[in-house]
Design a protein around this ligand. Structure first.
Ligand code: TPP
Ligand code: SF4
Length: 317
């Protein structure tokens, strides 16, 4: 991509050009062969192209982890930050520049463990950010430690006799937070479903939380193996207001009608009963959006100076 003045936010030289998938591809991904992150990246690039998002107006923020290498692999703006801190950074970007398209990419450790406080409060703040939680049930980058979403019994370096506790349920947890406004689940082995889920998330007004079940052939190769081999293990949530992925609906034939405005039904469907459910659990477009609630009126330099002086006068002796 040619850089232009618009990279500095001072012009729109590229307004009339169109973007192809190559325009969004960054460095060569260094994930393991067969890692689900590869396919998720391609679906994200498809979304960027389908929505024609100018790279210079798009930001991917991440924490630390295999999944958090995402910003390197996209030719948009990016911030590869601190473990667990993708969301507060993304909120900062969105508050300062509400005109930008802001995405946060996290692993399950990043989001549900060290970043759990930020996750809960971001759901409540409801900023206009799309959050992708790539859930492989383990800490991948640091080579196999138990994560909050590791299933009970999963052996790892930190719990070699198997995880002691039941796994956390990120969908039910998100649904339980005040102001939850978009909660969806998809899987890396159904690319059309990821694409349609991300598209719905992108068009949502407010915070869109998307959990993507992600294969990690290195450490949790059996986690979704049955679901990948046998589509009858998977259940699709379908509804006219839900996510439509016609190609996936043809081979995943277990369909459950679910109205995504029904929070109580969403909770029931989110319960861990051994079924893998993909689709839109909940959407509410009427929740106040954080950057709008917190918007301050534009002020001239003189007004800012006057307000600053008034503030300093409070401390004058
Ligand atoms: C404050 C802090 N604590 C711990 C680490 C070490 N660390 C780096 S990545 C990671 C976990 C990564 O797991 P996850 O977020 O699930 O992502 P994955 O690698 O599986 O994609 C940990 C514990 C760190 N970088 N910073
Ligand atoms: S360790 Fe797992 S999550 Fe990390 S790159 Fe390899 S396969 Fe992917």
């Amino acid at each position: 991509m040619e850089t232009s003045c618009s990279l500095l936010g001072c012009g729109t030289d590229d307004d009339d050009r169109s973007w192809g998938m190559d325009d969004y591809s960054g460095a060569l991904p260094r994930w393991c062969p067969g890692c689900g992150d590869h396919g998720i990246l391609t679906s994200v690039e498809r979304l960027l192209e389908a929505e024609q998002l100018p790279p210079e107006r798009t930001v991917f923020v991440s924490g630390i982890g295999c999944s958090s290498r995402f910003p390197h692999y996209l030719k948009t703006y990016g911030f590869h930050g601190l473990h667990g801190r993708a969301l507060p950074v993304a909120i900062g970007v969105k508050l300062r520049r509400p005109d930008l398209h802001v995405f946060a990419v996290m692993g399950d450790g990043d989001c549900c463990s060290i970043g759990a406080g930020h996750w809960i409060h971001t759901v409540r703040y409801n900023p206009g950010i799309v959050a992708l939680m790539l859930d492989n049930g383990v800490y991948g980058l640091t080579k196999n430690q138990t994560s909050p979403t590791s299933p009970r019994g999963l052996k790892s370096n930190t719990q070699p006799r198997g995880a002691y506790l039941d796994a956390m349920n990120p969908i039910a947890t998100t649904l339980g937070v005040a102001n939850a406004s978009f909660v969806a689940q998809t899987g890396d082995w159904v690319p059309d479903h990821i694409f349609e889920t991300l598209r719905a998330a992108f068009h949502h007004r407010g915070f869109a939380f998307v959990r993507i079940l992600q294969r990690c052939p290195q450490y949790t190769d059996q986690l979704f193996a049955e679901a990948v081999r046998d589509p009858s293990r998977v259940e699709l949530l379908v509804h006219p207001d839900g996510i439509h992925a016609p190609q996936v609906e043809r081979f995943v034939t277990n369909h459950t009608q679910h109205d995504p405005s029904d929070l109580a039904a969403a909770f029931r469907l989110a319960q861990a009963d051994g079924r893998i459910r993909l689709g839109l659990f909940y959407r509410n477009e009427h929740v106040p959006v954080y950057e709008e609630v917190r918007a301050v009126p534009a002020r001239t330099a003189e007004e800012k100076l006057r307000l600053l002086n008034e503030e300093l006068d409070l401390y004058a002796v």
